[in-house]
Design a protein. Structure first.
Length: 115
């Protein structure tokens, strides 16, 4: 079993930056796909970014491409989402997920971007 815990969310002004962290226990993340999703109020959960495995390919939703970066620190068994040039429409609960067919999920962290 893999346990994922997100952190780093908060309130930021438009144009600002935040870095989300997803710390894992129970399994080494370097060998599995990891991703970030988000869910805004009244909307369905949507894909944000994924890293196929450590050193593997990354992929981003068009809405965040060029602004967000997914990365990993294998020594810390942690995945990050660096978010720059934040917009009010980025406001959501952000979740990290991992494994085949996104088997593992964290509890989420709130990101609020004020205009």
């Amino acid at each position: 079993q893999v346990h994922l815990v997100e952190s780093g969310g908060g309130l930021v002004q438009a144009g600002g930056s935040l870095r989300l962290s997803c710390a894992a226990s129970g399994r080494t993340l370097s060998s599995i796909a990891m991703g970030w999703f988000r869910q805004a109020p009244g909307k369905e959960r949507e894909f944000v970014a994924r890293s196929r495995w450590s050193g593997g390919s990354t992929y981003y939703a068009d809405s965040v491409k060029g602004r967000f970066t997914i990365s990993r620190d294998n020594a810390k068994n942690t995945v990050y989402l660096q978010m720059n040039s934040l917009k009010p429409e980025d406001t959501a609960v952000y979740y990290c997920a991992g494994g085949e067919r996104w088997r593992y999920w964290g509890q989420g962290t709130q990101v609020t971007v004020s205009s």
